[in-house]
Design a protein around this ligand. Sequence first.
Ligand SMILES: Nc1nc2c(c(=O)[nH]1)N(C=O)[C@@H](CNc1ccc(C(=O)N[C@@H](CCC(=O)O)C(=O)O)cc1)CN2
Ligand SMILES: Nc1ncnc2c1ncn2[C@@H]1O[C@H](COP(=O)(O)OP(=O)(O)OP(=O)(O)O)[C@@H](O)[C@H]1O
Length: 205
Amino acid sequence: MSPVPGEAAEAKRVLRRSLLSERRARPAAEVRRLGLALAEVAAGLPELEGVRTVAAYVSVGGEPDTGPLVARWHARGVRVLLPVLLPDDDLDWAVYEGPASLREVRRAGRMTLREPAGPRLGPGAVTEAGAVLLPGLAVDRAGLRLGRGGGSYDRVLTRLAASGADPLLLVLLYEEELRESVPAEPHDRPVHAAVTPAGVRRFGG
Ligand SMILES: Nc1nc2c(c(=O)[nH]1)N(C=O)[C@@H](CNc1ccc(C(=O)N[C@@H](CCC(=O)O)C(=O)O)cc1)CN2
Ligand SMILES: Nc1ncnc2c1ncn2[C@@H]1O[C@H](COP(=O)(O)OP(=O)(O)OP(=O)(O)O)[C@@H](O)[C@H]1O
């Protein structure tokens, strides 16, 4: 954590820009290939055994591909909640009912997301999940996650803690996005594990 106010926030912006440009440069075929490896590693985690509801998201562009993992969970009868971005950057949730239940949502100046079209369950629905897949651009050795900067998942983590829910917190990353350290602010909370195509890295106790 930085002793100078605002310094960590600026360092996050700088690191985000470089990580996002590296993701943009990744060929689509490689994104797909690595997505299969990510699903293989994630689906084999013993911590996920017996989990009936997960909260995930649908990756876009050069993000680590969540598609194969979401498809596998859905096929096994796991209830998959997907986020709906609200105007204030908080997240609502709806159940994934297969590819036809997604729609493309374009918001001014932002990347096009694929969101669930079904009934919205409310922001509190994420507390029903036994595991939460969080988007991240990088995770460090302490499990601290650099997000996109909307603070959406910071709010999710606050909500989970307030409700007493203690789901498995998981981030899918490319190998190079596992970092020694990432800039952190007082509100940042660590995740439990990062999955890369090469394997899983667990943090903390
Ligand atoms: N696939 C995916 N879905 C997701 C997220 C995500 O990171 N990835 N989210 C994670 O929270 C939430 C949506 N949050 C978003 C936050 C920023 C931007 C975005 O387009 N940002 C610009 C930067 C400028 C800006 O913020 O407008 C960019 O990335 O180019 C999009 C979605 C929920 N759904
Ligand atoms: N619990 C919270 N409730 C509301 N706003 C919050 C909360 N936690 C953090 N924020 C705000 O969200 C903004 C973005 O924070 P930060 O840069 O840490 O995002 P991030 O963790 O990279 O993104 P995300 O959480 O969307 O993945 C900051 O202005 C921060 O003050």
